[in-house]
Structures are given as C-alpha cells and as structure tokens.
Design a protein around this ligand. Structure first.
Ligand code: GUN
Ligand code: FE
Length: 450
C-alpha cells in the first residue's frame, strides 16, 4: 500500500516538516517502509508505477495527514465522570467521587460498556495510542485490553496498585502488597500471552497509583518487578501541593527521589503531572531518561501550580501530553494542545502563586506555541514511551490520522488566499475538532472510526 498525502509531523522538537504530496509506502508489518518526496529524482516514476498497480491511495485536497495523537495519561474508568466532579481539591475528589466510581468496575458488564464507549471516543478524537490507568480489578482491566485489541487502538494498560489502608478506602484497594504485586504480574502475563496480541499493540504497565496510595512493600515489590520484566511504569508525581507535601512528610524527600529509591524511575517510566519538581528532580528525571506526562487541563483544576513545560523541554526532559481523563474534562488531545499553550502563556505572565519571582527567573521564559504543543502530542509521546510512533519516518509504525479541513461540521476555516504552510497546522491545532478527524490508521491498518 502507498499513500500520497500532504500533511505535517514534528520529528524533533522545534522542527515541523511540511509534507507535500509525499508518497508513503506502508509495509505488511505496519511500519513505514519508505517515503518519497517530490524533490526525489525518481518520485515521478515511483508515483506512476504505484498508480498503475492500483496500490496508490491519494488524500483529497484539503485533507492533511498528521501522526495519530499519543495520549500519555488517561484514567479509563473515570470516563463516566468526564466533565463533572471538578469542584474540590484532589484529595477530596479522590474520596468523594473517584474511588466510588472506580470501585464499580468490579462489575464486569459495566466495565465493558464504559470502556467500549471510551475507546470509541478516543479514536474519534484521533488518539491512536493511549497510556491507561485502569482499576485494581483483574477482570475489568483485562477487558480494557480486549477492547483495545478489538477496536485497534494501540494501548499501554496498567492494573492500578493501591494498598495503603491509610489513604485508600476498604471498599476499593488491594488487600495486601501481594495482591498489588501479583495482580500486576497476572495482568502482565495476560497481555503478553493474549492470542490477539501477536504484534504487541497492547503493552502492560506497572502502575502504582501514586506514592500515598501504596505501602513501602508494594513500592519495593513493583520496583523489583519493573527490573525483572522491563515493562513500562506509570504513576503520579508531585501533582498537587497536598500530594507533593505528603511524600515529603512520609520520606523527607520528593516523589522523584522516592520513586528512584524504589527502582521505579527508568527509561520507560512516565510521571503524570510533575508540577512540583525541583530543579534537582528535573535533572534526575532527565538523567534516568524518564518522561513527564503534561496534563494542562487537569492541572488547572487539581494541581495548584503550572508545569514549566518550556523549561523541561529546554532541559531535554522527555515530555508528552495527557488528557488525564477525568481530572481534565476533555478526551480531545487538540483541546489539551490548546490548554498547554494557554497555560504556558499564563505562566509567562507570572500567574503561578506557588513560584516566586526568583523561581520564575530560574526557568526563564515559559511561552510555547503550536509547534511544541503538536510535538508533545505526537513525537514527544513516542519518545516518552520508547516506541517508534508519533512521526513519519521509515521504520516507524504507521499510526496516523487525517484532518479534513473541509468537513461541513468541522471547525477549521482555511482561506486559500491566506493560509499555506505551517499556518495550516497552526489553524488545525488551534481550531480543529472531532468532525474534522476523518480517519485513522494504527500499525498500517485503517480503522473504521465510530
Ligand atoms: N492522584 C492519584 N490518583 C489520581 C487520579 O486518579 N487522578 C489524578 N489527576 N491524580 C491522582
Ligand atoms: Fe491522573
């Protein structure tokens, strides 16, 4: 198969490549076998040959190919409360709304219905890869893996580990460290031996919810498991002033330092939020080549701080973008791109009450634009996950979406007289919506979007 497409990708931070009628050869294994640009000497010949053999699919004028979005932080079970329960601080929100909702996933029929609706919505929003927190439950979490495989979304899925009786209610937690650790191992085995998962489209993730919700025995056991299996690890890190303060008072060190001591900070670790990282923490995250999932909309409601995205990117920290459903009230990565840009502008103006003038001076200007937002929503997420996704480069998996700027119910308006080049991407990032997302591929397979 060969696709002839115009579009955009950001193979590295700060670099947008404009694709203009590029031919993309997609191999049988779902990776990009080759790319041919009009400037290549043999472009015409190849194009004619592909046309003759009937292998060429050409995108219509006004349609633009982008890498599929990589959502680096999603709580799958929280989808039923998306857009609600936003009125209280994190520690109250967990007990009042979120734990009672997540506890309902002991009912497998409810889990399947909710997860089916979520994955459909994610795909319709152009999210071809998601890093999911599920719940503590084995059966419901397995059903999320089944549903992603059935619907074709690339997914990384963790059974949530949470066994600390001081912070987690009796009706919703792992009863013992053994339940947390062996339950995690059982989910890893289920995903790795799933008969439909030959191409490893779904991967298992070690998922201590956050330090407060876990006992030392669980954190130690999960660190050992991470070393043993080499899987991804995800957790929340220094999210709010309460969460950050909790870890400081329990261990006398920051979340980053504590996670590192438990062996949970490695190349395949994704730290959600990371709003209160110290300079030293930031250096450690970079040194370990771990990643941050930036969740700009959720942070407005629950963080009491603004993540210094530009400073992290400038330092070379791996950063991707996350919706944090349902802490963030949108399943749309485009809306989160806008959130990232808006919050960076607010930080530039000095609105963060938790950072004094000296601290602001230490990370310098904060403003980012659509280029960085697009990067963290695509290639940055791929780098964070250590997976060959998020950009159009030979050898990478063909995970892509089409933005139809002429979709009648869409929200992008292009004017031929004014709009060309990068400005088209800028308008897509700033104004596109679900009706503009025409189709998606994951691993070279075209998905029928809901
Ligand atoms: N910290 C611990 N659990 C959660 C959660 O579900 N959402 C967010 N945003 N933060 C958390
Ligand atoms: Fe979260």
């Amino acid at each position: 198969k060969t696709l002839c497409a115009s579009g955009f990708h950001a193979p590295e931070r700060g670099k947008i490549e404009i694709l203009d009628e590029v031919l993309i050869d997609i191999g049988a294994d779902g990776t990009i076998a080759a790319m041919h640009r009009p400037s290549d000497p043999n472009y015409r010949t190849i194009r004619e040959a592909r046309e003759e053999s009937g292998e060429l699919v050409t995108l219509p004028v006004g349609s633009y190919l982008l890498p599929g979005f990589v959502d680096l932080h999603v709580h799958a079970p929280q989808y039923p409360q998306l857009g609600s329960a936003l009125d209280v601080p994190l520690e109250v929100w967990l007990q009042k709304y979120t734990f009672p909702l997540e506890a309902r996933y002991r009912d497998l029929a409810f889990a399947k219905r909710s997860y089916g609706l979520l994955v459909d919505d994610m795909l319709a929003n152009g999210t071809t890869t998601a890093l999911y927190f599920a719940t503590v439950h084995q059966d419901a979490t397995r059903s999320l893996a089944d549903i992603c495989l059935e619907k074709g979304q690339r997914a990384l899925i963790g059974k949530v580990a949470m066994d600390n009786a001081d912070e987690c209610p009796d009706y919703y937690r792992d009863a013992t460290p053994d339940d947390a650790i062996e339950g995690t191992r059982a989910l890893i085995d289920y995903i790795n031996t799933h008969p439909e998962n030959g191409e490893k489209r779904v991967l298992p993730v070690i998922t201590p919810r956050f330090v407060p919700s876990c006992t030392d025995a669980t954190l130690e056991g999960l660190g050992a498991l991470a070393r043993e299996c080499g899987c991804h690890v995800q957790t929340h890190c220094s999210e709010s002033d309460w969460a950050h303060g909790y870890v400081l008072s329990r261990y006398g060190v920051t979340d980053t330092e504590a996670l590192d001591r438990f062996g949970l900070l490695g190349r395949r670790t994704v730290l959600a939020h990371a709003n209160f990282l110290t300079d030293h923490d930031m250096d450690k995250v970079r040194e370990r080549e771990a990643a941050v999932a930036h969740c700009p909309l959720s942070n407005v409601y629950f963080a009491n701080a603004v993540f210094p995205l530009k400073a992290a990117l400038d330092k070379g920290v791996h950063v991707g973008l996350g919706t944090d459903i349902s802490g963030g009230p949108s399943a749309s990565m485009l809306e989160n791109c806008r959130g990232a840009i808006l919050m960076s502008r607010a930080l530039e103006s000095g609105v963060d009450p938790n950072r004094d003038a000296d601290a602001r001076a230490s990370y310098g200007p904060a403003q980012i634009d659509f280029r960085d937002a697009f990067y963290i929503a695509t290639a940055g997420g791929g780098v964070a996950l250590d997976l060959p996704i998020g950009q159009f480069t030979p050898g990478y998996l063909f995970d892509a979406i089409v933005i139809d700027t002429k979709a009648p119910k869409g929200s992008v308006r292009l004017f031929d007289e004014f709009d060309s080049g990068e400005q088209i991407l800028q308008k897509i990032i700033n104004t596109a919506s679900k009706p503009n997302i025409a189709t998606a591929w994951v691993g070279g397979t075209n998905l029928r979007l809901p």
